[in-house]
Design a protein. Structure first.
Length: 175
């Protein structure tokens, strides 16, 4: 099983996703971490359509795979899966950005309703982009049995406990 890694929006996530990839690589045959175009152009936000297009090229010969994503990366994974550009065996999301979904009026609920693979979400209790309670309520409303939301201690949108991330990543399918 391979692992696709999709970081958050901020360019600082380039280093963070490299650290996550190093931690999770022993669990998978191959890994690929997406670098976003807007990190090089200086634009402030991810271009979801452009990144989905990039994924369609990259993922042609990568399967089977699971997805690890943080924040905007989880939105990208949801959109790409709904459009069948991505066809993962499972996803592990950290820091689902509910605020981004609301502020940009993104149909993430529709995208996620189109999925059947397991989705595990790790959410800090008081994440400023979506508290655990708010994210759990959002996914309860979607009524998808394939989605589980797990609370982590924390008041930030940072997800630095690599041991916990690795523990949940170890639960992803291996074949």
């Amino acid at each position: 099983m391979n692992l696709l890694l999709l970081p958050g929006n901020s360019k600082r996530h380039k280093q963070w996703i490299t650290e996550v990839e190093r931690e999770l690589a022993p669990l998978f045959s191959q890994t690929y971490a997406q670098n976003y175009r807007h990190w090089d152009t200086g634009d402030s936000e991810i271009d979801l359509a452009r990144e989905v297009e990039q994924l369609s090229t990259v993922m042609e010969n990568f399967g089977p795979y699971c997805v690890f994503a943080k924040s905007a990366g989880s939105i990208l994974a949801s959109k790409a899966a709904a459009e069948t550009t991505l066809q993962p065996k499972a996803c592990l999301f950290t820091g689902f950005p509910l605020e981004m979904v609301v502020n940009h009026n993104l149909p993430a609920d529709d995208w996620l309703r189109a999925t059947e693979f397991p989705v595990i979400i790790l959410q800090n209790e008081h994440d400023p982009l979506g508290s655990f309670n708010d994210v759990a309520a959002y996914f309860k409303k979607i009524e998808r049995q394939n989605v589980s939301v797990h609370s982590l201690p924390g008041e930030t949108h940072n997800y630095l406990d690599f041991a916990v991330i690795k523990e949940f990543a170890a639960q992803l399918p291996k074949s």
